[in-house]
Design a protein around this ligand. Structure first.
Ligand code: NDP
Length: 450
């Protein structure tokens, strides 16, 4: 731990005591607090207002039972949550994750990160996250529907277009959002933009499906161009995962002139030296809901290797981790550096461990934290809310242009904050400070409830 400020150290120690046994949440809090050292020195008014002590505690956390009936007629029980983390700058906003690993620590870490990410977009949205320890991988369509309906029955009591607007995340795509939105609409008897990531037939926005992956590449392109006068053109790229973020990051990277040579899922990775054929990946993942392994069975010359972590041994110029938290550790980061990586842009939330981030920094790799570079998804979600409120819809080109502009703005705001607070070019510090300051000013302005 490297706190120079006694004040920040004591805040962090109190967080550790209060949240013992929640390693992901503690990791995210530590990383943000370490970045705030320069703010604490320059802004004693924010310290006096207790902003940091308040920000390390979610405003509200709801835990609930989700019971449903499987195809054999047996009753099943899962645990669901909604973490309404911070509403200083707008209604709670953040995705729902359905994965067996989901627990309170992971959702608190994601809600905390989401608060700063949403602030960075410049749009009026607070931070939230939710989900359940449900594994849809071995479930039928009917089982997924009944689970989602039961989950949404409870969630409906806590959400609303001006209160809390959930979206997708791992394990929650358009299918699951559809089942949840349908149930919400039945129970509330209103058609509002209370969920985002909806189908285009039901108030969804163009570019929402592509937003996080496209936004990641727009951000990385701006970073490359501003700092190195470079671009994606001719670069070799490795993308982990093969879900929503990974597929559309790969698509945009290829459109920008790069060659994506490897992708993965939680079982293993594929390597295709000719460049991944994304239509095959989309068929396997989006249509068949199959495993990435089958890519190598369909595309001549492609090779499948079991073990997803091995993907980081593939030589590349640009690495885009788009799967899950802590998927690149120190050893894997060193391997990437030894192989000459020059850009690492996080598409997933916190995919690099603190050791990995340190290695990238020490080796002058251009590094962008997820809360800045993966903010495109929530930015377009916010544009979806806008369109729903107006009962209007923008074209693909209009939304894409807004996304590009928002991502470039996030980069420049983070870069500018890094300069202003004496860490020029350190986007981890810049993004944390820029995201924090807007929320902090709003909290200070709104006063403390005694
Ligand atoms: P999906 O469920 O669509 O895809 C997740 C992908 O990651 C799958 O290919 C999954 O494989 C793979 N994966 C999961 N765990 C591991 C692991 N341990 N090692 C390797 N691969 C793994 O999720 P998304 O694409 O939506 O989300 C990916 C990340 O991006 C998450 O961190 C999410 O929080 C973040 N994010 C998502 C946004 C969005 O708009 N969807 C917005 C901002 C951030 P398998 O099928 O085997 O499980």
């Amino acid at each position: 731990m490297s706190f120079q400020s006694q004040y920040l150290l004591s805040v962090y120690q109190a967080v550790c005591q209060r949240n013992a046994g929640e390693p992901e949440f503690l990791q995210a809090v530590q990383e943000v607090l370490e970045s705030l050292e320069p703010v604490v020195n320059k802004r004693p008014d924010l310290v006096k207002a207790g902003i940091i002590e308040r920000l390390v505690e979610p405003e509200r956390m709801i835990q609930f039972r989700v019971s449903w009936v499987d195809d054999k007629g047996e009753v099943r029980v899962n645990r669901g949550w909604r973490v309404q983390y911070n509403s200083a700058i707008g209604p709670y906003k953040g995705g729902l994750r359905l994965h067996p690993s989901v627990n309170a620590s992971i959702l608190k870490f994601l809600g905390f990160e989401q608060t700063f990410k949403n602030s960075l977009t410049g749009l009026p949205i607070g931070g939230a996250k939710g989900g359940a320890d449900f594994n849809s991988r071995d479930k039928s369509e009917g089982e997924v529907m009944r689970f989602c309906q039961s989950f949404a029955t409870e969630l409906t009591k806590h959400i609303g277009a001006d209160t809390d607007v959930p979206a997708g995340d791992i394990g929650v795509g358009p299918r699951e959002i559809g089942f949840m939105f349908g149930q919400y609409k039945r129970l509330s008897n209103e058609f509002t933009g209370t969920f985002t990531g909806k189908s285009l037939y039901s108030g969804g926005s163009w570019v929402r499906k592509e937003a996080t992956g496209y936004g990641l590449c727009y951000f990385a392109q701006e970073m490359l161009s501003h700092i190195k006068q470079d671009s994606f053109e001719g670069k070799t790229v490795v993308v982990s995962g093969s879900g929503n973020v990974a597929i559309y990051a790969s698509e945009k990277a290829a459109q920008l002139g790069a060659k994506v040579v490897a992708m993965s899922d939680s079982d293993g990775y594929i390597y295709d030296e000719n460049g991944i054929d994304l239509e095959v990946v989309k068929q396997i993942k989006e249509v068949e809901r199959g495993r990435i392994k089958s890519y190598a069975e369909r595309v001549p010359g492609a090779v499948y290797t079991p073990g997803c972590g091995e993907i980081w041994s593939v030589k590349c110029d640009v690495a885009l981790p788009c799967a899950t938290q802590n998927e690149i550790n120190g050893e894997q980061a060193q391997q990437l550096v030894n192989n000459g990586v020059s850009v690492v842009a996080e598409g997933a939330n916190m995919p690099c461990t603190p050791e990995a981030v340190e290695i990238f920094r020490a080796n002058h790799v251009l590094f962008s934290p997820g809360k800045a570079s993966n903010a495109g998804g929530v930015a377009v979600s916010s544009l979806e809310m806008c369109q729903n409120s107006m009962r209007y819809s923008w074209s693909f080109e209009e939304v894409d242009a807004k996304l590009k502009w928002i991502m470039a703005n996030i980069f420049h705001n983070a870069y500018q904050a890094s300069e202003e607070f004496d860490h020029k070019g350190d986007l981890v510090i810049g993004a944390n400070i820029a995201g924090f300051l807007k929320v902090a000013e709003a909290m200070k302005w709104q006063g403390v409830a005694y």
